[in-house]
Design a binder for this molecule. Structure first.
Ligand code: GLU
Length: 304
């Protein structure tokens, strides 16, 4: 075994989707082609939206497709005490503050034309004094935000190359515990990757802009950040976002074998010259990122 540990970390708020399968496949091929370990983590931190039955279905779908993992899957819904310890450390560092803003207030403060980016928090609650906090806490349970430094943080993505941003200007202070008490994904993902010894994160390009702030959080907590490879979006043959029902594994698994599904995805992302059926183990050989597309991945016409 090499020192590489990869992982796939789906959010089971619905049935596994072809886009998730592409991500799992590339994460798996990258780790295994380097002789590395592969882990599965169920990101059900948003407990009400991620019922256990969907998590179990997700694990079953991955096993059906031929994925194997080297440790029992982790469930974020069971790791509250670990997130609490890290939250307390950040609070001791003076990095955490309560935020009483409502969704409507945040929405009103949002600058137009932000495109796909999450709005940058304008800092409304960043400097409340203890009296103001006590006053507001009487009527509203706060979310907890992490204060980000005014610093440029960059990294070199394995697939997309250098990316950097100024955290205060481009990312802003972000929620690590929601007002309903649920842990925020940005804290959970960093803590889990660090404690699981993950060295390589493969995930959708939509999360690339959040990566500098995650890297900063790894470092603040005293952990070495992993390497990151973000992957292109998956679309239908005309470049449209896949409708949920089309990419859903319940329908797919009735019509196609795992080898047909994986071989088609491997062809679509540039890994195979033809859409021939192929299983995961056969796809490991000669995997290299340079042969994976960086543009959106279009499925061939007629698939799914
Ligand atoms: N749970 C996230 C998702 O399903 C992925 C987060 C990650 O891979 O870091 O989109």
């Amino acid at each position: 075994m090499s020192g590489v540990t990869g992982r796939f970390a789906p959010t089971p708020s619905g049935r596994l989707h072809l886009g998730n399968v592409l991500c799992a496949m590339l994460a798996y091929l990258s780790a295994r082609s380097q002789g590395g370990r592969f882990l599965l983590r169920i990101e059900d931190v948003d407990i009400p939206r991620c019922p256990r039955a969907l998590a179990a279905q997700c694990i079953e779908d991955l096993a059906f497709l031929g994925f194997t993992w080297d440790e029992p899957p982790l469930f974020q819904s069971e790791r509250g005490a670990i997130y609490q310890q890290h939250f307390d450390r950040l609070r001791e560092m003076g990095r955490v503050y309560p935020c009483f803003c409502t969704r409507a207030q945040l929405h009103a403060a949002q600058a137009p034309n932000l495109g796909d980016h999450e709005p940058v928090y304008p800092g409304t609650c960043a400097h409340l004094n203890p009296e103001e906090i006590a006053q507001r806490a009487k009527t509203r349970h706060p979310a907890m935000r992490l204060r980000v430094p005014d610093a440029q943080v960059g990294f070199t993505d394995i697939h997309y190359g250098p990316f950097s941003e100024n955290l205060a200007r481009d990312s802003g202070d972000y929620i690590i515990r929601r007002s309903d008490g649920l842990w925020g994904y940005p804290l959970a993902v960093v803590v889990d990757d660090a404690l699981s010894g993950v060295t390589e994160v493969v995930r959708g390009r939509d999360i690339l802009p959040s990566t500098p702030r995650q890297i900063e959080l790894f470092r603040a907590l005293g952990y070495a950040p992993p390497a990151f490879a973000h992957i292109p979006l998956l679309t239908d043959h005309e470049g449209r976002r896949l409708a949920k029902r089309d990419g859903d594994l319940s329908a797919l698994a009735r019509r196609h074998t795992p080898e047909q599904i994986l071989g088609t995805l491997a062809f679509a992302c540039g890994r195979l010259p033809e859409p021939e059926p192929m299983g995961l183990e056969a796809l490991i050989g000669r995997f290299c990122w340079a042969r994976v597309r960086t543009q959106d991945v279009r499925l061939p016409a007629g698939f799914p």
